[in-house]
Design a protein around this ligand. Sequence first.
Ligand code: ZN
Length: 286
Amino acid sequence: MPRNILCFIICLLLCIMLAGCSDGSDSESGNAIPSITTTLGENPTITFDIGESQTVAFRVVTDEPVFQSDFAVALSNTEIADVEYLRFSDGFAYYSIKAKKQGTIDLCLEIPTLDLKSETVKIKVTETIPNNIYVSLGEAPEISIAKEGSKTVCFRVGENISQEALMPVIADRDIVKAEFERRSGAYFYYKITGLSKGSTTLYLEMSEYGVCSETITLYVVENSSSLGPDETTAAYIGNSESKKFHKPTCGSAQTMNSENKVVFDIGTDRQTVIDMGYSPCGNCNP
Ligand SMILES: [Zn+2]
């Protein structure tokens, strides 16, 4: 065999071997099996609270270039969470998931044109469920209200609870009405107005969780003179703005802007008021 031909054959063999080698090293990226995998490991699950958002990345391996329009998100229930496309970069597709409602749903990312599908991601939306609703009036709560007068009652419910989840339940709606006034963190304030003379009961219900507050007994008296001023029916007067509480006889309590005035009726435990975030006034030392 002539020397140059032998040389050619050796070169050819070397080339084939080198090509084979580079083929092998490329197989991890270029020739890998097309797939979509989540970066969440096996049995992928995301757990979050209502209102929270999390970004989820999917690793996308394909032989062909893909674009945003190629992706399709399959979500088993769109009431539980929203999914929004963020970006596709370096082979990863990023989606933002926002939890809306308590529940569990399945999420899957697909490229229908390539018949690719990711594992199913379980999205669990949880909520810190308060196991009780506390009323700021202590045990066996009672309130007296003058007819056409009103008082504010505060319930401690929970930070994650929306006002829509709460319902004041009144035994006799001819005697009082209850209106939502405002919330401050975990505390919800309701304005109770006396409509006609008599007595009835009220509690705050969160039917979705089967949770109720204690029952408050409400007495509506004919006129405020038989009821007396706040001084005689209130244990403490709180200021919802300054978060201080006073003896009803304190000058600060008497000159307080009525918008900020929170009346804690007789029977309200001092510690209950403190637990609600109020601190005692330094002048009257309630
Ligand atoms: Zn005071």
